[in-house]
Design a binder for this molecule. Structure first.
Ligand code: 13P
Length: 253
């Protein structure tokens, strides 16, 4: 049984004070007695330590939005897996489409980072997804399969079972255009089948596959009720405690 997993990607929002307000808001809004949904928050680097300490006595897990693949060294501006772990991170988002678009991340760099994250005890949330142009050219399957193959290269079955894959169609991110539950389910099933081919069906059945792209309280329930949608990676709607809490509630059975 896969645990429904809802992660909030804060992107480049929330300074120190705003982080305190949002985390305190979440602590009020969330029902911590309900253990059926795994909740992860991914604030920017500057807010990780604060968020980690405010969430200490709660089941909410902490994730980062990126990391570098070396332990330490002269890499100005970069953050290592060990640094993330030292402030309480358990997860790290890798290969988000914004990082691919603006910061030249590739399937190869995501794969290197994913291997390093796993070796360091962090769980990668590996993002894949096609652009509008690619969807219109009917090459969604090819694009997503190539991304999944590239990002998982040389990762063992035992490690893949711990990974989260986030399917985020680029055209649905921040646009208000959500993939229909059927469109999303179709790609989620494709990803699961591919993992099944690359590893085994037993492994594929364990991998949590999240959907991301304009997830809101109004559309979360239907998306999350699809058999292969195991959670959501939420952007805009995670920046307010009430709407994030409402999406989390939609994931409860
Ligand atoms: P939005 O929910 O704002 O569309 O962002 C999705 C996303 O990119 C999460 O990583």
């Amino acid at each position: 049984m896969r645990t429904k997993t809802i992660a909030g990607n804060w992107k480049m929002f929330k300074n120190f004070q705003q982080t305190e307000d949002l985390i305190n808001g979440l602590k009020k809004a969330l029902d911590f007695t309900d253990k059926s949904v795994k909740v992860i928050v991914c604030p920017p680097f500057t807010s990780l330590a604060l968020a980690g300490s405010l969430l200490k006595e709660t089941p909410v897990a902490l994730g980062a939005q990126n990391m570098y693949f070396e332990d330490e060294g002269a890499f100005t501006g970069e953050i290592s897996p060990g640094m993330l772990k030292s402030v309480g991170c358990e997860y790290v988002i890798l290969g988000h489409s914004e990082r691919r678009l603006y910061f030249h991340e590739t399937n190869e760099s995501v794969n290197t980072k994913a291997k390093k994250a796993l070796a360091s005890g962090l769980i990668p949330i590996v993002c894949v997804g096609e652009t509008l142009e690619e969807r219109e050219k009917n090459i969604t399957d090819l694009i997503v399969s190539t991304q999944v193959r590239g990002c998982l290269k040389e990762i063992s079955a035992a490690d893949v079972e711990r990974i989260i894959i986030a399917y985020e169609p680029v055209w649905a991110i921040g646009t208000g255009k959500t993939a229909t539950p059927q469109q999303a389910e179709e790609v989620h099933l494709l990803i699961r089948k591919l993992v099944g081919q690359l590893y085994s069906w037993a492994t594929a059945e364990k991998v949590v596959i999240q959907y991301g792209g304009s997830v809101k309280p109004e559309n979360a329930k239907e998306l999350l009720s699809q058999p292969n949608i195991d959670g959501a990676l939420v952007g805009g709607a995670c920046l307010k405690a009430d709407s994030f809490a409402s999406i989390i509630k939609s994931a409860t059975a």
